[in-house]
Design a protein around this ligand. Structure first.
Ligand code: CA
Length: 225
């Protein structure tokens, strides 16, 4: 899942982004409202983590504009403000949750997972195709009830293919979801990763296979025995 982190304290932002990547999220970091707007205009995020005191304005304004424009992406506000009025204002402006600084990383991860679990259809807790079962909260995958070990990026790749199973997913869409902004990616790195994931699935006896649709992308399809 891809998150946008809007936080102008760079050291704090790096710590948060590091913790979230270890928890299996892909994180884009921006430090101003302007950069947040730019990122939101080109990318569909699964959730937004928003600091309120930003150098070019108040995060609350960004949140209101977002909701006014019909964008329903879950938003978690991160702030040192602890007045009850601020909390109420944030929730009224359309925030889904509120976390006060300082906070512990596991708390942030738990709150985000709770947000992403909320109904809106797209985010089932379990994804299944053939004998593959993916728990999107614990990030565990089982094939015919046997656990399989995948890297963080392989998990992201498999998750996106499973969310769109039986449909072709374009390469650039997958790259968008797996790599953050500015991450160095070799031109063939997606192919290499798909190859590795495909092998692991085959080796573990998965009934669904990753097919290459030449020049377009990839397709995860169940082929029952
Ligand atoms: Ca700030």
């Amino acid at each position: 899942m891809r998150l946008l982190l809007v936080e102008d304290e760079i050291r704090l932002a790096d710590v948060i982004a590091g913790g979230l990547s270890r928890a299996g999220f892909t994180v884009d970091e921006v430090a101003s409202m302007g950069d947040a707007d730019a990122a939101l205009s080109v990318t569909q995020y699964d959730a937004l983590i928003l600091d309120l005191g930003l150098p070019d304005g108040d995060g609350m304004t960004l949140l209101r504009d977002l909701r006014r424009g019909g964008n329903a992406t879950p938003v978690l506000i991160l702030t040192a403000r602890d007045g009850l009025d601020d909390r109420v204002e944030g929730l009224n402006a359309g925030a889904d949750d509120y976390l006060l600084k300082p906070f512990a990383m596991p708390e942030l991860v738990a709150r985000l997972k709770a947000l992403l679990r909320r109904p809106s259809g797209a985010l089932g807790v379990h994804l299944e195709i053939g004998n593959i079962r993916f728990d999107t909260i614990s990030r565990e995958v089982e094939i015919a009830t046997q656990p399989i070990t995948l890297t963080g990026r392989e998990l992201s790749l498999l998750e996106h293919l499973m969310r769109r199973s039986e449909r072709v997913v374009a390469k650039d869409v997958l790259e968008d979801h797996i790599y953050g902004f500015g991450e160095e990616t070799a031109s063939n790195s997606l192919e290499v990763m798909v190859h590795r994931l495909r092998r692991k699935l085959v080796d573990c006896g998965a009934t669904a296979h990753v097919h290459t649709v030449r020049g377009v992308g990839y397709l995860l399809k169940d082929n029952p025995p």
